[in-house]
Ligand binder design. Sequence first.
Ligand SMILES: Nc1ncnc2c1ncn2[C@@H]1O[C@H](COP(=O)(O)OP(=O)(O)OP(=O)(O)O)[C@@H](O)[C@H]1O
Length: 261
Amino acid sequence: MTSDPVSAPVLAASAVRWLAGRKVIVDGVTVSVDEGRTLGLIGPNGSGKSSLIRLLAGLRPPAAGKVTLDGKPMSGFARRELARRVSVVEQHSATEANVTVIDVVRLGRTPYRSALSPWTQDDDRIVTEALVRVGLNDRREQFWHTLSGGERQRVQLARALAQSPSVLILDEPTNHLDIQHQIDILRLVSELPLTTVVAIHDLNLAARFCDVIAVLSEGRLVACGSPTDILTEQMIADVFGVEAHISTSPHHGRLHIQFLM
Ligand SMILES: Nc1ncnc2c1ncn2[C@@H]1O[C@H](COP(=O)(O)OP(=O)(O)OP(=O)(O)O)[C@@H](O)[C@H]1O
């Protein structure tokens, strides 16, 4: 008897736990994301989204449980190898003063360079492509400190794309963006052939652009599945404490959540 091979998820956290001092911040969370899919992390402020993101990105080890990339423990990857595979844009990415947009995006190529490998035309092409994708190629010479919050977020995304990752992890990538750029960036991210994890507050955008949604509350995973299975009026009342009406949009066929205030 033959059966289809079962493919392992690209990125998976299994019963991960993380503590700040003695306080449990991430409490036994199991989530995974398959190749090319977009996993959205939602949950109230302080529910542990950023903390889980740092574990999934390999930026810190879990106190218990494990994170795997292509089925291999994250802890087994060398720093440089991990940086070639996984790009992260955190909520407040620090960047030095007196650098230009293109300087920041070029940093994305760091994992591919060494003292013996000069900057190549390929590096230039990849950096330009990333700038074009986020709509900032004409700002490449502008100084970082003169950019708006939303422009900085788009530059950080371009830096992450220039890393040519297979996994992209984004912590609230749209929180400074106007509505057009929110939609543009999430559409771009969801259409890229990358495996993506995105922490996001806007439930309508999560419904529209994520394939799978994981809901966190007080550090625990309370639900995980397709947007239609997960985003229910009951879940929104239980987890966010807000009454909502959910319908299917006649325009794009995805869920439309209205908050009843
Ligand atoms: N290093 C730390 N030391 C102490 N407490 C921490 C630390 N990191 C996170 N926390 C706490 O853990 C909880 C979860 O924080 P986290 O930033 O992961 O939540 P979040 O869901 O991303 O929140 P938000 O939606 O507000 O960005 C918060 O109560 C936060 O204060």
